[in-house]
Design a protein around this ligand. Structure first.
Ligand SMILES: Cc1cc2nc3c(=O)[nH]c(=O)nc-3n(C[C@H](O)[C@H](O)[C@H](O)COP(=O)(O)OP(=O)(O)OC[C@H]3O[C@@H](n4cnc5c(N)ncnc54)[C@H](O)[C@@H]3O)c2cc1C
Length: 459
């Protein structure tokens, strides 16, 4: 009997292991290929962002794969953003107005290990230190290289699912075959991760919040870790003043941290130490048209849509991709049909979240401190309380309402922003909201919320 050819998933980052698990649970033979060595638990999975924000959109697919119970112990709940202005008291902006409307910080390495372990238990074959070099032009095989020996080999496969991230090698093959077109838009701001140590074993800052130090042209954020530390990320222009290029000498660093983050004074030495030793990461948006090649290969996750991290949605979107693909496979059909349906469903939403993520940078580094922003945010919450069947703030739609697609969240968000703007301008003398006008505007312009958006992630 000829051996069944496996489905090969390239990339054991975040989407790869989850997708492998979902397909293995369907009884499919799955091989997961990863260029890195197997995680040893000591280092960050790939040297990038050490912790991430997980929201409802990412949790659903984990539940679908039956692995959320294993992930739960890794999660640090964050109920809002603690904003630290330069010269005023800090304030907490809750993410939503219901107790369940929270996000969770989770360590990338720990999450990766849990997903890999679950995939392996489900029968997935894990192959580390095996780099995919691209698709073989005319055969259903992958061209690979063993990272230890440098040996090249061909891996026979039924089809290839490319979860190999922003610099996807499979995507390069699709481009070479004329199936994909790629547009890369680099951000002119880079990032660097810094460590905030625990204080006598406890968190130095309120642990159940994401902290932001908005500074107009740049910002620092902090996400809590279960061991009492925080991972901070400094987002800063590459050149100009201030910028990474300008922060070279010891004095420049000392002055920068002293003037911009005086409340972090006790930790300044540690922050400067990690600034000096951590790498400067690049950010950008990768938009791809043509996510598949005649049933032979499909791109998903960052390989199909890399976005900037300011809405905390890259991983969540990648997980949602896995659930959508799993649903399409469950419905049946040929690989070319499934892949075409996947791109049809997901590309508009990928475009929407790419756009909203860029907008959120402006909001986080500048908007959150303005009185205007806070007034409109309160107004949006008031509308949600009064008209729950019609109005949900855009941030909440993106983070807490996976039954709405990103595309729908962006579409409704634009209509809502115009309504909020008008209601804000036409407040009564005492600043009250004209709810009759609100009702008329919402009825006229915003469709009632539907039970299930046909474009939404299924799972
Ligand atoms: C600073 C920063 C902060 C972020 N914060 C958040 C957040 O808070 N919330 C959120 O949802 N998202 C966040 N993201 C985005 C998130 O990290 C990505 O969207 C997510 O990792 C995408 O998952 P993926 O599986 O598609 O790709 P990856 O996680 O990048 O995995 C790709 C894997 O493929 C492997 N690989 C690559 N090339 C090959 C090859 N040729 N052969 C074999 N293996 C290969 C890589 O080693 C890697 O393991 C952040 C990103 C950054 C940069």
């Amino acid at each position: 009997m000829p051996r069944e050819r496996p489905i090969v998933i390239v990339g054991a980052g975040l989407a790869g292991p989850l997708l492998a698990l979902l397909l293995a649970r369907r009884g499919m033979p799955v091989t997961l290929l990863e260029r890195r060595a197997a995680p040893d638990g000591k280092h960050s999975a790939d040297g990038r962002s050490i912790n991430l924000a997980l929201s409802a959109r990412g949790i659903r697919p984990l539940e679908r794969a039956g692995v959320f119970d294993d992930v739960k112990p890794l999660l640090m709940p964050m109920r809002g953003r603690r904003v630290h202005p330069l010269s005023a008291a800090s304030m907490l902006h809750s993410y939503g107005q219901r107790p369940e409307e929270i996000n969770f910080a989770v360590g990338r390495t720990a999450l990766n290990r849990v997903l890999l372990a679950a995939a392996e238990r489900a029968g997935v074959i894990l192959r580390f230190e095996q780099r995919c070099l691209g698709l073989e032009p005319d055969s259903p095989a992958l061209h690979c290289m063993d990272e230890r020996s440098g040996r090249h080999f061909l891996l026979d496969c039924e089809t290839v699912l490319a979860a190999d991230g922003a610099g996807s090698a499979v995507r390069a093959s699709l481009v070479a075959a004329g199936a994909s077109r790629v547009r890369v838009t680099p951000l002119d701001h880079d990032y660097k991760e810094l460590n905030l140590p625990a204080l006598g074993g406890a968190h130095a800052l309120e642990p159940d919040a994401l902290h932001i130090w908005p500074r107009g042209g740049f910002m620092l954020i902090a996400l809590p870790n279960p061991d009492g530390t925080f991972t901070l990320t400094l987002f800063l222009p590459r050149t100009g003043a201030p910028s990474f290029a300008a922060l070279t000498g010891a004095q420049a660093l000392e002055t920068f941290f002293a003037t911009q983050f005086p409340d972090l004074e006790p930790y300044r030495a540690e922050l400067i130490h990690s600034f000096r030793h951590h790498r400067q990461g690049r950010l950008g948006t990768v938009r791809v048209r043509g996510w598949h090649l005649r049933g032979r290969a499909l791109l998903l996750g960052d390989a199909a849509h890399t976005i900037v991290p300011f809405h905390g949605q890259g991983m969540n979107a990648a997980f949602e991709d896995c659930a959508v693909l799993d649903t399409l496979i469950e419905r049946g059909g040929s690989w070319p049909d499934i892949y075409a349906a996947f791109e049809r469903l997901r590309r508009p939403s990928a475009a929407a979240i790419a756009h909203m993520a860029l907008e959120n940078y402006e909001e986080m580094r500048a908007g959150v401190q303005s009185a205007d922003f806070q007034r409109r945010r309160d107004l949006a919450f008031a509308l949600e309380r009064r008209f729950p069947e019609r109005f949900i703030p855009r941030y909440s739609m993106v983070m807490f309402h996976p039954e709405l697609s990103y595309r729908e969240a962006r579409r409704r968000g634009a209509i809502q922003a115009a309504i909020i703007g008008r209601l804000d301008r036409e407040r009564g003398a005492g600043g009250g909201i004209d709810f009759d006008l609100a009702e008329r505007l919402l009825q006229a312009r915003l469709p009632a919320l539907i039970e299930r958006d046909p474009d939404a992630g299924t799972g």
